[in-house]
Write a protein that binds this ligand. Structure first.
Ligand code: SF4
Ligand code: SF3
Length: 546
């Protein structure tokens, strides 16, 4: 196996024996093959769309397949290999749709090669052999390390965008052009391209990811209303309990409906925290608060949780035996041996929650504020602008992104603590748990820590930054605003590309730089965008405030 798609990759180079995340070589091979077949589907879909053929099955499959291969989503080789087989059927169906559409138009269909036609064996060993032949390592040999790294940058950006597109689709919001972009870009990756073209395509992925995040924003706010500033409980209440982790609001909503009147308290975990601020979700009185922190603490936290656990998206870690029989997956997340919920029938989760002891007493009450999405922040835009003009607010910091296990991530806690009292911190995604339970106070009634939401709510943060820039008649780079991003998986890659597309300069990125980008590729990013690796909280802060 060889995988270097996330921040915790082995030795900062690549996982080649076993994933640091827990991905075994067989699952890694099946995931590589799934991406390969997906490229084949997209080659046909791209052609089919050009002759007016509808290929919605291919659209949905490609998005789901890419999301399946995001870090910490699906660890079950058996499931991924059956997705590969399903992909082969979709590839054939898409090819046929193209050929049929051509014949109706009296055109000769093009002949395609590579992943569009490659025979995918049924036998597991042969599948693994093919996966080795089409691996990243092979491409590094034939195409070069820099080129391969940039191809992967594009692929990871697409994977991140696919996760958001999938959540939006689940809530009934889709955009045909976006599907077209996925196909076109995956087909593009099949051929070799010069470095400049690869960079341009990566920025294009960033551009289209803004549209995808906009779709998800519309899906979430259209279904559940705009997040509102909300004080949420972060300590448990006496009673039976279910904790829900991940990003999928629809899963949470269905669970809330199915647990109504059952005497079970539902808690959010990780990236589900912002759901406590949506009117359409917080209206359920048994959604009582948040339990625990970011994904990498789950083994300890779930071990201590006396109820059932539901993982709706990434990031699942190897479940300990102590809670393996009361953790459940749904959607695209799977772990071998863990019960997978189909069709949002949460009866097994409810049963496990009722069978578990539950919390025996109320813990001392502690609360934090969430729900500062674009609507809430922009409704007080005048107050914010005046506070900047009067000098009450000196600077804004966007400190957010993915969390992870590396000790270097204490940087983000240190930085948040050190940010002076006349500055405001915007945060989003699970990286916020590094500091979101600290006391920050307020500036003239404006909280100094504004939790904008999940990682996809980077869209909201972008809207807030653009509105501030408009109010001051300047560009985003001219605002007293600094970006300090933590990255871990591919959704952060998509967001980073979006910010680069918007020409946001001087982003600080950590805790380490992506292993898939060679020195050559990184130097282009540094030259063109001023991307800076984080150093120490003290010196970065001094530079940002200078
Ligand atoms: Fe390694 Fe990350 Fe790939 Fe897992 S996802 S195998 S930790 S690089
Ligand atoms: Fe966190 Fe996985 Fe990325 Fe939505 S839950 S941000 S790491």
């Amino acid at each position: 196996m060889f995988c270097y798609q996330c921040e915790q990759t082995a030795g900062g180079v690549g996982c080649d024996r076993f994933g640091v995340c827990g991905k075994d070589p067989e699952t890694a091979a099946m995931q590589d093959l799934l991406v390969y077949v997906t490229k084949g589907i997209s080659m046909w879909a791209d052609k089919a769309r050009a002759v007016g053929a509808g290929v919605h099955d291919a659209d949905v499959f490609v998005v789901e397949a890419l999301f399946t291969t995001v870090t910490n989503v699906n660890f079950d080789a058996r499931v991924v290999s059956s997705m590969v087989r399903a992909g082969v059927d979709i590839r054939e169906k898409t090819r046929k749709a193209y050929v049929d559409a051509c014949s109706k138009l009296d055109r000769v269909p093009e002949k395609l090669e590579g992943p569009a036609v490659e025979e995918i064996p049924d036998d597991l060993e042969q599948m693994k052999n093919l996966a080795a032949r089409i691996s990243i390592r092979e491409r590094m040999e034939t195409r070069g390390r820099t080129e391969t790294g940039l191809e992967e940058l594009i692929t990871y950006g697409l994977k991140g965008a696919a996760a958001y597109a999938d959540h939006a689709r689940i809530l009934g919001v889709e955009d045909d052009d976006i599907y077209g972009f996925f196909h076109e870009t995956l087909a593009f990756l099949v051929d070799r391209h010069p470095v400049e073209e690869l960079f341009a395509k990566a920025l294009k992925v960033g551009e289209r990811n803004i549209r995808v995040m906009e779709l998800l924003d519309a899906a979430n706010t259209g279904t559940y209303g705009h997040p509102e500033p909300t004080s949420v409980r972060i300590t448990p209440l006496k009673g039976k309990a279910i904790v829900v982790s991940g990003h999928d609001l629809k899963d949470l909503e269905e669970l809330l409906k199915q647990t109504e009147g059952k005497g079970i308290n539902v808690y959010t975990h990780g990236e589900m925290l912002p759901s406590l601020a949506y009117p359409g979700l917080k209206k359920y009185p048994h959604l009582v608060g948040n339990y625990g922190g970011a994904w990498q603490d789950q083994q300890k936290e779930f071990d201590a949780f006396p109820g059932a656990i539901l993982m709706t998206t990434n990031c699942i870690q190897k479940p300990r035996d102590s809670y393996k029989d009361r953790i459940f997956t749904c959607g695209l997340v799977q772990w071998p041996g863990v019960v997978h919920i189909e069709n949002r029938d949460f009866a097994p989760v409810i049963e496990a929650a009722l069978a578990a002891e539950g919390f025996t007493e109320d813990a001392p009450e502690k609360r934090i504020m969430v729900g500062f999405g674009r609507n809430a922040v922009l409704s007080v835009a005048d107050t914010v602008v005046n506070a900047v003009k009067s000098g009450d607010i000196r600077h804004f910091f966007l400190v957010g992104g993915c969390d992870g296990a590396r000790p270097g991530r204490n940087y983000f806690t240190d930085l948040a603590r050190m940010i002076p009292e006349d500055c405001v911190i915007l945060t989003l995604a699970c990286g916020k748990y590094r500091f979101n339970k600290l006391e920050f106070g307020d500036i003239g009634g404006i909280p100094r820590l504004l939790d904008v939401g999940q990682c996809n709510d980077a869209y909201s943060a972008i809207r807030i930054a653009s509105a501030l820039a408009d109010a001051f008649g300047c560009g985003v780079n001219d605002l007293p605003l600094s970006f300090v991003l933590s990255w871990y998986e591919q959704k952060a890659v998509a967001i980073l590309l979006s910010l680069l597309h918007l020409d946001v300069k001087d982003i600080r990125l950590g805790p380490t730089l992506p292993a898939f980008l060679t020195e050559d590729a990184l130097s282009v990013l540094v030259e063109n965008f001023g991307i800076k690796p984080i150093t120490t909280a003290e010196s970065d802060l001094a530079e940002m405030l200078a």
